[in-house]
Ligand binder design. Structure first.
Ligand code: ATP
Ligand code: MG
Length: 266
């Protein structure tokens, strides 16, 4: 462990979706703003897409934390590779419903009841589907139908779809669904300046005593990772590990270069 060597309280570049470690780049901030807008304004549906590892799942957690819990009834599905009945059952399960029916009609009825009860209680119903690029056609159809649940032209549920870039293509193929998604946002990786700030931010959050990464090391990290947070984390973590093993004073470009060329990454 390099914690003692570099004097951190905890690991600075762990790839866990921890909202505490969340750095808001311009794009991440815009994504968050749009999700909050979709939920507050009852926009029906929103879609957040982005490259692998660029922070979608973590952003969704930050988003949920921003919402007042007493006003939102939230269901989160993270593994939606399900047949359509199972998909509806999973939605009910994630909303904490105990008696899960065994037919689609009954599931839809139970969901409708839940939405109306929430409405009565002054609560919003919010469904988040992560990894939505793996939904099958039938489940996309269920989502479209769920968006038909309206009362006096007010949506009874806000559905947020989150996924990798294939999601955009899949949704486009279902025009009726595509048209119903009022808000779309594509999260992009950090630029060089954001990468530099992110690396400093993470070290500070981990209790570090200052920035260990030289400017040209950060440039090389940005170049190699394309500013994708998960890739930055992996490279920075390994650089710190190798740097402590070889008793470096800081993380230089040469050290980063060695880590990249030793082939242990990705
Ligand atoms: N803005 C950010 N601030 C801090 N850490 C971040 C940020 N974005 C991503 N990360 C880190 O990168 C890791 C990957 O992020 P996350 O799992 O949210 O990406 P994803 O886009 O959902 O990836 P996938 O496409 O594989 O589902 C997270 O565990 C987190 O540690
Ligand atoms: Mg994810």
């Amino acid at each position: 462990m390099y914690l003692d060597y570099w004097k951190f309280d905890r690991l600075p570049f762990e790839s866990v979706p921890d909202p505490e470690f969340y750095y808001l780049s311009a794009s991440h901030e815009e994504g968050l703003t749009r999700l909050i807008y979709a939920a507050r304004m009852r926009k029906g549906s929103a879609m957040l897409s982005g490259e692998i590892g660029c922070g979608k799942t973590t952003l969704s957690m930050v988003f949920v934390r921003e919402l007042p819990i007493e006003k939102y009834d939230i269901g989160i599905i993270v593994n939606p590779r399900l047949e359509s009945l199972e998909f509806l059952q999973e939605i009910l399960y994630q909303f904490g419903i105990k008696d899960i029916p065994d037919t689609k009609v009954k599931c839809l009825r139970a969901l409708n009841e839940r939405m109306l009860a929430n409405l009565e209680a002054g609560k919003e119903t919010l469904l988040i589907v992560d990894e939505a690029q793996i939904l099958n056609e039938a489940s996309f159809e269920e989502i479209r139908l769920l968006l038909n649940f309206q009362l006096n032209s007010r949506f009874l549920m806000t559905i947020i779809l989150i996924g990798q870039p294939e999601l955009i293509k899949k949704v486009k193929e279902i025009e009726q669904l595509d048209q119903r998604i009022a808000i779309k946002y594509h999260l992009i990786p950090f630029n060089l300046e954001e990468t530099a700030r992110y690396i400093i931010f993470r070290q500070e959050k981990a209790g570090g005593r200052g920035n260990l990464f030289s400017d040209d090391a950060v440039e090389r990290i940005y170049e190699y990772t394309g500013g994708v947070p998960r890739r930055i984390n992996n490279l920075c973590d390994l650089s710190l590990l190798v740097g402590s093993g070889t008793k470096q004073e800081n993380v230089s470009k040469k050290l980063v270069e060695n880590v990249i060329s030793d082939g242990a990454l990705f």
